[in-house]
Design a protein. Structure first.
Lengths: 884, 111
């Protein structure tokens, strides 16, 4: 219909929809008028009054039929049918509240699990940065090197990309950093970002107060001490001061002028942490240390993002950027040989938590889909039972002329009603659970409930409607009028009619729950292995903390004095057994340094450049961490910058490069200088629990100095008691210093496996729910089967079947279904758990223990689910069953 | 009276539009007029007249109004809308060309 036609038709349709009574009355009036006029004409032709009337009525035909055809002409009858079905469906639901609540709960669970996981995927991987515009065109930018993982790039290279790439809108730098923030007498370490001047413009975020950064403010050494602060920082630490713009604030030991406040709900661009301040790259030196790096092409420290032009794919942009990278290699071989540039989709960003969360979320998507299918199978089964009970009703409706299409519509409407309630419940579940990941991971991990999550959930709801509505409809297909007059059939347990459909739904549920059980089993075993394996150093009695000396402006000599003074104070604290410094915490977030080495008498094979990772540690590091020195000595205070260079190697390194000979007293070349090996340390884990033994060595902190090492304290006291004393000692040395967080090494190790804990917890919870759903399904099926075969059971018992026989009959039927489900489950699990491979630590994806316990749990649950119906069957009173 | 054939059914809409183009009428009068004009050749059952009228109304080609009639009671009168008039022109034109073509064929002299 054309627009002009709608102009006339729309009011009519609305009228027939919302003022149906009026429209119907008009129609009746019109037809009555017709009859009256016709009768009057017949009378005037000389007919008798009776003939006039009967002739008129005959000519017009069946009034009801005409009315119905006129109503059809209104074009809204299907909408009216829908509302009729809806009203009818609501009545049906209210008639059996137990059924309705159970069905809606199942769907709430299924849809809620999916919506929650979608909200995490959306909020952490796809659109991780609230308020940032066009995130679909944002990709992460890192450098690449042939040998080691160094995901950063240099400032001059970044500018070069901005200048020469035509396929990108903008390049932004966003490097996470920390600073001591002292306001009044309260000092805190807070997280922020070093950004390029185009940052706020490029991501489309306008500060709510003041301004962002202006072009040029990211150049010039320490030239622009200005900062934008987060809404939360403004509220919490500045009490929402409306006059904040232009005020100054010390970040670390540099005074910054606050030029803007970011809008509420903007947390920066780092998955896993909320940023509290932003400073331009020109101020990098104040936070990063290591000198001014904006002019140094060899200093790779920048992390950032690239915004692609509309319609440009990541691959196209990658090609262009690779061209730039190889040109830079050619022009600046000294700094750029072997260095490339790489673009990543946001969900693979290597420099934040996205890449570590992704596998967990992938597993969760699969698990949520499983739970959804199980829930739908359950509701379908419930509806099937009910549709059987409603067969009479369906038959009657067919008999009085309802079309099968109309019946189908009604069943689908009822399905829609259920899944809509389920979806509403699911949205609530998702809304409550959207921040649940943050509870499990002590990170800033918000889920996002945006329109796309809602749309996806609506899609899931639609699928649920079809799944739960079509199954009973499929069965209603078999309803035929002939059976209308037949008495209710008295089935044999599980051997009649569409029982196979119900049975296969239960088999499906058992199969899917079994897969989830096995998956949960594998993950639990893996987590257990990881958490009980020894990393090679003691974890429970050792505390780990550090002070932000670089950010506080300490140069090397001052830092050395501070470190020595702090160490003396810490050692004299009550309860402290020993304490030491180390640059990098094993199994932590920061990577170790790496260096090419040479060893007397070790001839590398052609093309081999032996490279080994090392750590800089202070005296007492080894006893503090509980790493044994198996030969020689550990470092002492005499191994300082004026003493000859020394090193301690681990056993794997000794075995590889000295071939079993004791290396103590031998020479090791580190960064081009020879050092003497003075000891051999036991092996431990360095980067991940799953690594195999690797060569590693240590050098004294004083001979390869770092201003900001970690401080380790071995104490039998609980950490809290030490923290207070420690803070006091740090304050006594420098009132403007606050410590970074103080945790035990055990917590540190646990954090490195925390995504596994999350996966185990969530798969465990959802696996348990799936098991519950499956057992409800099995229970429902068996109860129904028993209730339908009372007569048969009664007959059997009358003929001498004992209680035990009946019990066995019912339970064996249930277990047959379970066994079929488990068989299918084993096949599915065999195919699927392989995908978990990279996620498991020292556990075979086909671990017999996980499969075995899955089997046991499933079987026990199945027996429990069948027991009650079987017991009811066994108590059938034969006399009554036969009489009824 | 039998149900009108498909051809008549299709042309019924056009005939109703044409009749209403002359003056607004109520449903009964439209039926009477059809019989009169066609000299009884076209007998349209009252049973198909009303659904046809309602359909035309839904398509926006005719408009219905309740007016007082001769004997001073309310009656439903149908009249042509602007786009109904256009539709009538379109249908008349295609009917004319179709009927000209058909009569040309029917009147062919047999050799």
């Amino acid at each position: 219909m054309s627009i002009q036609q709608w102009f006339y038709a729309l009011p009519l349709r609305l009228r027939s929809l919302f003022r149906r009574k009026q429209a119907d009355q008009d129609l009746k009036d019109e037809l009555r008028d017709h009859l009256e006029l016709e009768i009057a004409q017949n009378l005037s032709r000389g007919m008798s009054p009776e003939d006039s009337r009967s002739s008129a009525v005959r000519d017009l035909g069946g009034v009801t039929q005409i009315e119905e055809r006129c109503r059809e002409a209104r074009g809204v009858s299907s909408i009216q049918d829908f509302f009729q079905d809806l009203r009818y469906g609501v009545r049906q639901l209210r008639r059996s509240p137990g059924f309705s609540v159970l069905a809606i709960l199942c769907l709430t669970l299924g849809i809620g699990a999916n919506a929650t996981v979608f909200s995490w995927v959306e909020g952490l991987l796809l659109r991780p940065y609230p308020l940032v515009a066009h995130q679909e065109r944002l990709v992460a930018l890192t450098g690449t090197t042939p040998d080691s993982e160094n995901p950063e790039t240099s400032w001059p290279d970044l500018l070069e990309i901005q200048r020469s790439c035509t396929l990108i809108d903008s390049v932004i730098a966003s490097k996470i950093t920390g600073a001591t923030l002292s306001i009044g007498d309260h000092a805190d370490v807070t997280t922020g970002s070093i950004v390029s001047a185009n940052y706020f413009d490029a991501i489309g975020v306008r500060p709510m107060l003041g301004r962002g950064f202006q072009p040029g403010e990211d150049s010039g050494r320490n030239a622009h001490p200005i900062a934008v602060i987060s809404y939360r920082l403004w509220k919490d630490r500045f009490n929402g001061d409306p006059e904040i713009i232009g005020k100054t604030q010390r970040f670390s030991n540099v005074v910054f002028t606050i030029v803007g406040v970011a809008p509420e709900g903007f947390f920066g661009t780092f998955v896993g942490r909320a940023m509290n301040f932003w400073v331009p790259a020109s101020m990098e030196e104040a936070f990063e240390g290591g000198g001014y790096k904006l002019d140094d092409r060899g200093a790779r420290w920048v992390e950032g993002y690239v915004r692609l032009k509309p319609g440009v794919t990541r691959q196209q942009a990658q090609q262009e950027i690779s061209t730039v990278a190889s040109r830079l290699e050619a022009v600046y071989p000294a700094t750029n040989r072997g260095h490339g540039l790489q673009l990543w989709p946001l969900w693979e960003t290597p420099f934040n938590h996205a890449s570590t969360l992704r596998p967990t979320l992938e597993i969760m998507v699969a698990v949520a889909a499983f739970v959804f299918l199980i829930a739908c199978a359950n509701v379908s089964n419930l509806l099937l039972v009910r549709s059987f009970a409603r067969r009479q009703e369906m038959t009657v409706r067919l008999a009085i002329g309802a079309g099968r299409g109309r019946l189908l519509k009604q069943l689908l409407t009822e399905g829609l009603l259920l899944s809509t309630f389920g979806a509403a419940g699911g949205m609530l579940v998702a809304y409550w659970c959207r921040h649940a990941l943050a509870l499990l991971l002590t990170l800033y991990l918000p889920g996002e409930m945006d329109s796309r999550v809602l749309a996806l959930s609506a899609g899931v709801c639609l699928i649920a409607t079809l799944l739960v509505g079509l199954v009973p409809a499929f069965q209603a297909r078999h309803v035929d009028l002939a059976s209308a007059l037949r008495a209710e059939s008295t089935g044999v347990v599980g051997a009649r009619g569409a029982a196979w459909l119900r049975s296969s739904l239960v088999v499906l549920q058992v199969c899917l729950s079994f897969v989830l059980l096995v998956g949960a089993g594998l993950l639990i075993k893996s987590l257990h292995e990881v958490r009980t394996a020894s990393p090679g150093f003691s974890t429970s009695k050792v505390l780990d903390t550090s002070a932000p000396l670089v950010a506080a402006g300490y140069d090397a000599p001052r830092a050395k004095v501070f470190q020595d003074q702090l160490m003396d104070r810490v050692r004299s604290l009550p309860g402290v057994e020993s304490a030491g410094y180390g640059r990098v915490t094993p199994l932590g977030y920061i990577p170790f340094s790496e260096t090419p080495i040479a060893v007397d008498g070790y001839i590398p094979s052609p093309g081999e450049q032996p490279t080994v990772e090392y750590n800089q540690v202070s005296p007492a590091y080894f006893p503090t961490l509980g790493i044994a020195i198996t030969s020689g000595r550990e470092f002492t205070r005499d191994d300082d910058e004026n003493a000859p260079l020394v090193a301690i190697v681990n056993r794997t390194m000794a075995a590889r490069y000295w071939r079993g000979k004791d290396p103590v007293g031998q020479r090791l070349q580190v960064k081009g200088k020879w050092a003497q090996v003075v000891g051999v340390a036991a092996d431990s884990k360095y980067e991940s629990m799953s690594e195999s033994p690797r060569p590693f060595f240590y050098v004294p902190l004083r001979q390869d100095f770092d201003r900001e090492p970690e401080l380790y304290i071995r104490t039998a006291q609980p950490p809290q008691t030490i923290v207070a004393a420690l803070t006091r000692e740090v304050r006594a040395l420098d009132a403007n210093l606050a410590l970074y967080e103080t945790i035990t090494l055990q917590e540190q190790v646990d954090r490195s496996t925390s995504t596994q804990l999350v996966a185990v917890t969530l798969v465990g919870i959802l696996g348990g729910l799936a098991l519950l759903l499956a057992s409800v399904g099995l229970y429902g099926l068996m109860s129904y089967a028993v209730s339908q075969s009372t007569r048969e059971l009664g007959l059997r018992m009358a003929l001498g079947a004992g209680v035990f026989n009946v019990l066995r009959m019912v339970i064996s039927r249930g277990l047959t279904l379970t066994a079929a489900g488990i068989l299918a489950g084993i096949a599915t699990a065999f195919a699927l758990t392989r995908l978990l491979g990279g996620y498991l630590y020292h556990v075979n994806p086909r671990d017999p223990l996980a499969f075995g316990s899955g089997l046991a749990v499933m079987m026990i649950t199945a027996v429990a689910a069948c027991l009650l119906p079987a017991w009811r069957a066994a108590r059938t009173d034969p006399a009554r069953a036969l009489r009824d | 009276m039998s149900k009108p054939s498909d051809l008549v059914q299709g042309t019924l809409d056009m005939l109703i539009l044409k009749i209403l183009a002359l003056e607004p009428l109520n449903g009964w009068a439209v039926g009477q007029r059809l019989k009169q004009i066609s000299g009884g050749m076209l007998q349209v059952s009252d049973g198909s007249l009303y659904p046809a009228l309602h359909k035309l109304e839904q398509q926006g080609w005719i408009r219905a109004e309740w007016k007082s009639s001769v004997n001073n009671r309310r009656a439903k009168f149908y009249s042509l809308t602007r786009i109904g008039r256009k539709q009538l022109e379109k249908e008349s034109a295609s009917w004319n060309s179709l009927s000209a073509a058909i009569s040309g064929i029917v009147n062919l002299k047999e050799a």
